[in-house]
Every structure is written in C-alpha cells, then in structure tokens.
Write a protein that binds this ligand. Structure first.
Ligand SMILES: Nc1ncnc2c1ncn2[C@@H]1O[C@H](COP(=O)(O)OP(=O)(O)O)[C@@H](O)[C@H]1O
Length: 193
C-alpha cells in the first residue's frame, strides 16, 4: 500500500518550497482531471506529486543518474540535461518510493517533451503541470477552460505554449514536442487546432 502522507512529507523536506507547492498543485489538478476524464485519481495524484522529483538535480547529477539507470540519452539530453528530469524522475520514483505502476512511471517520464504515443494519464499530467493554480502565464486561463471540456485541445495548447517559450528563449527545440503535437492533431482527424 502506497503511503501518500509519507511521500508528501518526504518531498516537502527534500524539495525547494516553491517546487513542492507546484507539485501539490499539479497533484490536485491531475486528480480533478482524472475524475473528469475517467483515469485513476490515486495514480494521477502520485504522478503529480512525484513528477518533478528530479527537477533540481545539477546537469552532471542528471546525466550520472541517467547513465547509471541505463537510460538512452539523445543528443538533446546531453545538450540540455534538464530535459531528462522526466525519465530520471521516473527512475527515482521507483527507487525511492517503490512506484512500479507503468502508467505512473510513463506519465512522469513523458511530462516534459511528451510523446507521439500518449496514454490518458500522460496527457492528464502534462496538462496539469501547465495549468495548476500556481501557474501564471499569458493564455493559461484559456487552457484551463479548454481542459474543462476537451483534454486533447488543452494538450495541444500546452505544447504550443512550451514550444513558443523554448523558441522565445532561443533554446534548441526537442523535436518530440512537435511530433507529439502533430500526432494529437492527426488523431483528431484535422491539421488545425
Ligand atoms: N521541446 C522542447 N525543447 C526544448 N526545451 C523544452 C521542450 N519542452 C520543454 N522544454 C523546456 O524544458 C524545461 C522544463 O520543462 P517542464 O518540465 O515542462 O517545466 P517544469 O519543470 O517547470 O514543470 C522548460 O524550460 C521548458 O521550456
């Protein structure tokens, strides 16, 4: 039996306060989305509270852990180790809290750049990460509204936001986010949001 209080208390001591607050917001938002779209609320909470467990590792620690866990690190991961905090976080959730459920593990692993193949919990965590109550960016209210009725539309908007943000800062763009966005549009049978 997974002890949610134990996980919460442990993370509250090991994460920077703002990160912990964000994680709680993501967990609560993911639970609401799980109820709305028919996912398991307990899995949604666990994915939400744990998704950023590796977010504050240094670049060298991130790469070390990825290599120790035999994760495949692409050229993008080497160039921007922060992008590995999803897959490395999934490994840490397994090692530190014995989370073995593949739905939770995959959702944590995919929450930064997404995937062309996203299951319901993957989508819920991705959207919850962007719209939880502590998030403030222009357009967030619109995405919150979309998430009330159309999870895939909200997901596309989250990719739009992430891609725009990356381009605005002038960083290398991981192509998986673009492929993931295109895959959702294609699954909707359309080529326009
Ligand atoms: N496709 C991408 N290419 C490059 N950087 C990206 C891409 N998607 C997300 N990022 C960047 O990765 C960082 C972490 O993203 P994310 O996990 O969504 O944020 P947070 O940890 O704040 O929840 C952000 O700075 C974001 O801009």
């Amino acid at each position: 039996m997974i002890n949610q209080d134990y996980i919460k208390d442990t993370l509250s001591l090991s994460m920077p306060p703002e990160r912990f607050k964000h994680s709680l917001g993501v967990a609560e938002t993911a639970v609401k989305l799980a109820h709305k779209y028919g996912a398991d609320p307990q899995k949604a909470w666990l994915a939400g509270i744990l998704h950023d467990i590796a977010r504050d590792l240094s670049d060298s620690e991130m790469l070390n852990r990825a290599q120790k866990a035999n994760l495949q690190v692409s050229e993008y991961g080497f160039a921007m180790p922060l992008l590995l905090h999803g897959p490395v976080g999934a490994v840490m959730a397994r090692e530190q809290f014995q989370i073995t459920d593949p739905e939770i593990i995959n959702a944590i692993a995919l929450h930064t750049v997404g995937s062309e193949y996203m299951a319901l919990l993957d989508k819920i965590l991705f959207v919850a990460d962007k719209i939880e109550p502590n998030r403030r960016f222009s357009g967030v209210e619109e995405i919150r509204k979309q998430a009330e009725t159309d999870l895939d539309l909200a997901l596309i908007s989250c990719f739009d936001e992430g891609i725009r943000y990356t381009l605005k800062l002038g960083y290398l763009l991981h192509p998986t986010s673009v492929k993931a966005r295109n895959a959702i549009l294609a699954a909707r049978g359309t080529f326009r949001k």
